[in-house]
Design a protein around this ligand. Structure first.
Ligand code: ADP
Length: 558
């Protein structure tokens, strides 16, 4: 839970430096750093970003690591004029990588997580955009949470802790080389980093260790640790072992019994040994003991109430954390939708641009030809214009089909019929490619489907297979229909180059295509998957062991 909260906090701002790096105002300042107007524009822009993204600071470094603009330009502790060339994140950015780093600010002394992206012009790195994110809220949530949680860097330095006394101490003594590296990057601003009194060694498996937390005796703890983030950090949770808790409970109960037994023995002895008068006195003592007992019960009840209240507090803070997580997840969902929208816009404009440019040229031609009285050529041009219009119409049609689909109707459908029909529809393309479609089936099989929609899926898969084998005569595409008990599978296996690993992950995303303009819109597979899942089946893609891609559709047998 703590790890997930931290990772969501870090990843939320991951793309921010790249976005900032695209800003033209920063680029302009990098080429004319002395311009006061450009400085002001860049500073204001960075301040806007800081406010909008709710981060600690955003700033711009030139190729030498010098800060040219910063969101804190109005503050006395502004970064402007400081040189951060010694920070590893700057060096990473200058190598074209996304730099990330956690350390104490050398200007402000506040710790933070730094993320940096290179700014490039004409293929050269001319500067870096950096953001600083504070983990302060996360740390206070840790302290409020009541658990013993430590965040440890790759060297073993505890840089965040729910136990303040352990912050900036190391799990074990550091070697000279590590100390030298920490010094060079001023990661912890040259603070002393004393080791813990009892060294701790992290392990991937949970482990029982004996150590003393500040202001507490040495005890057994269950130590659990997990790697987190991209900087080799570990998050460590120390919890009292169950054994330890049981021992404490048993010891308490035993002491209680012993007390009660002693008390009653004392009273009994006194009652018996002395006379009547003394018995009365004993009675008084008994009453007193009774009162004491009541007092003690009241005290325990109060303890219980207190414990209860602190439990309720913890539940409350967990609830808050949960709502933060939910919000983060909603953000992520929204970001995912935006990404698909961006992909869609890019796909469509890419696809529509070519016929649009052609339309422009043809209309210009037509006008010139008309002026010269070459009517036959005008007619031919108009024919081409119509072809372009039809092509754009097809693109729009495909998108409409994707957005608004009529509901499917499931009836008994013969798989052989659907395959024959689909084959007929792609016949011209089969002839053009010169391929052979080899269909094998284990008997006459029926499935629950919608004939037309299933045809559409098979046409999509066949066209992809034909595209994959290319125009080499005699290529075979194998279509296999198999009886799989309560399901029927139809697999299409081509002899093409197969699907590269990075393509495999995006295959079913709308508008994902590796084909050139005019060849594919990247909607075939996502539409196919939607149809098959509406029919209650599923579609799978893999690379066949003998080479080539294999797509398999599973449907319910009728
Ligand atoms: P499109 O065919 O318009 O590109 P699809 O959604 O049908 O859209 O396919 C998406 C991508 O999946 C293709 O661009 C191609 O990279 C890959 N792909 C699909 N079928 C095959 C296949 N049989 N062999 C190799 N790659 C394939």
């Amino acid at each position: 839970f703590y790890r997930l909260s931290l990772e969501s906090l870090l990843s939320r701002n991951e793309s921010l430096p790249r976005v900032i790096a695209m800003e033209a105002k920063l680029n302009a300042l990098l080429s004319r750093p002395e311009s006061k107007d450009l400085q002001l524009a860049a500073n204001r822009y960075l301040l806007e970003v800081k406010k909008g993204a709710d981060i600690t600071a955003a700033y711009l470094l030139d190729r030498h690591g010098l800060t040219l603009a910063a969101s804190n330009f109005l503050q006395p502790s502004s970064y402007i004029g400081n040189n951060y060339a010694y920070r590893p994140y700057f060096r990473d950015a200058m190598e074209g990588k996304l730099g990330s780093f956690y350390g104490i600010g050398t200007t402000t002394s506040d710790p933070g997580y730094f993320l940096t992206a290179p700014i490039e012009a004409n293929g050269e790195k001319i500067g870096a955009a950096t953001v600083k994110i504070s983990l302060e809220n996360f740390e206070s949530a840790l302290i409020r949470g009541g658990d013993t949680v430590l965040l440890v860097d790759a060297f073993g330095v505890i840089f965040l802790a729910s136990v303040p006394e352990w912050k900036y101490r190391t799990l074990h003594p550091l070697d000279q080389e590590t100390l030298r590296r920490l010094d060079a990057s001023r990661q912890y601003n040259n603070r002393p980093l004393p080791p813990l009194d009892t060294p701790l060694r992290l392990q991937s498996d949970p482990l029982v260790i004996r150590t003393a937390l500040p202001n507490a005796p040495a005890q057994d703890y269950l130590m659990q640790s997990k790697q987190t983030g991209s900087l080799g950090w570990s998050i460590v949770l120390l919890s009292r072992t169950k054994q330890e808790r049981q021992n404490a409970l048993l010891a308490g109960i035993a002491a209680g019994f012993a007390m009660a037994f002693l008390l009653s023995t004392v009273i009994y002895l006194r009652l018996n040994a002395k006379g009547f008068r003394e018995r009365r006195q004993a009675e008084a003592e008994l009453r007193q003991a009774h009162k004491e007992l009541e007092l003690r019960i009241a005290e325990s009840t109060e303890d219980l109430l207190l414990t209860n209240a602190s439990l309720e507090e913890r539940i409350d803070s967990l609830k808050t954390a949960e709502s933060i997580l939910r919000e983060t997840r909603d953000h992520a969902v929204q970001a995912g939708k935006l990404a698909v929208l961006g992909q869609m816009a890019a796909g469509i404009s890419h696809e529509v641009n070519q016929p649009l440019t052609a339309l422009h040229n043809f209309t210009d031609n037509a006008v010139q030809l008309l002026d010269r009285g070459r009517l036959d050529d005008v007619r031919e041009n108009l024919g081409l214009i119509k072809q372009m219009a039809v092509r754009m119409g097809n693109i729009v049609g495909e998108i409409k089909n994707f957005a608004r689909r009529p509901p499917v109707e499931r009836v008994k459908v013969s798989v052989a019929d659907v395959i024959a029909q689909a084959q007929m529809m792609v016949a011209p393309r089969i002839r053009q490619v010169g391929a052979l479609i080899d269909v094998q089936s284990s008997g006459e099989l029926l499935v629950w489907a919608d004939q037309q929609r299933l045809e559409q899926v098979l046409v999509n898969l066949l066209i992809n297979a034909l595209d994959a084998v290319g125009e080499v005569a005699g290529q075979r595409i194998h279509v296999r229909v198999s009886d799989e008990g309560h399901q029927v599978s139809v697999s299409i296996h081509d002899g093409g180059a197969g699907i590269p690993e990075d393509v495999l992950a995006h295959l079913f995303e709308p508008f994902f295509t590796t084909k050139p303009v005019g060849k594919g819109l990247g909607l075939g597979l996502p539409i196919s998957r939607m149809i098959i899942s509406e029919l209650g089946g599923r579609i799978e893609a893999r690379n066949h062991e003998t080479g080539g891609a294999q797509f398999t559709v599973y449907l319910e047998k009728a």
